[in-house]
Write a protein that binds this ligand. Sequence first.
Ligand code: ZN
Length: 285
Amino acid sequence: MLSVLLSGSRLVVGLHPDPGLAMIIGAFAFALGASIASFLNVVIWRVPRGESIVRPPSHCPKCNAPIRWWQNIPILSWLALRGRCANCREPISPRYVIVEFIGGTLFLSAFLKYASSNLLFLPFAWIWISLMIVGSFIDFDHKLLPDFVTVGGMVLGVLCGVLGAVLNASLADLIWSLGGLALGFSLLWLVRFFGSKAFGREAMGLGDVFLMGAVGALFGPVAVLVTLIISSVLGSIVGLAMVAFAKTRLGHFAEIPYGPYICLGCLVWMFYGPGLVSAYLNLFR
Ligand SMILES: [Zn+2]
């Protein structure tokens, strides 16, 4: 069920459960992701407000009634209570359950993607997914990216490179990671520098620069280029749509948070990246 083999000089650790067990582990991965996302909801709400993430325990924001453990089961409790507080019946924002669903789906996707071919990377992928969820929603709400997400992501990526270098007895993984970090950081730093000149104001936060550095440290230089293209296209489409629907003016374009689009671009890379790159290269054959 667990395979450890050498492919060339690379150590490949994979999990190959039979179909029944795979479904059980997959369901566990989804439940783990949803539960962690339930905690991430607390982080997203409290950290930018300078509140403790452990005290006080979860309570209804309207009536302050404490939320019991059986009212706090990810997704299921919200559905069972039909999106209302069990005490005062005030509606609870569907965003909480959406974040839990995103967490479950991404943890399951990462399990399906990495378990059989790169099992040792799975914990890193799960931590990075958690950091991206927190960073994206805090950036949407407050237009800032916390350091523990961006700097934390860079440290996580370099750790991954170090682990790869030790396990494979080769510096290749570490060089790839540091190269990605340098490319992601310097590319976005240049975009920020020239963007700020063009707009005559800060075009992009330093957090976005660090975030792209983290993408590079975790996934390498090619991932940086693909993430940059996808996030710019997605961000521009949403930005122009907001201008068209008069939600914002063109001059306020620079105020649209870029972090969530970097994260979306990175997710596309994680789950479809190599296929996208080879499809693109095939266009020229
Ligand atoms: Zn209540």
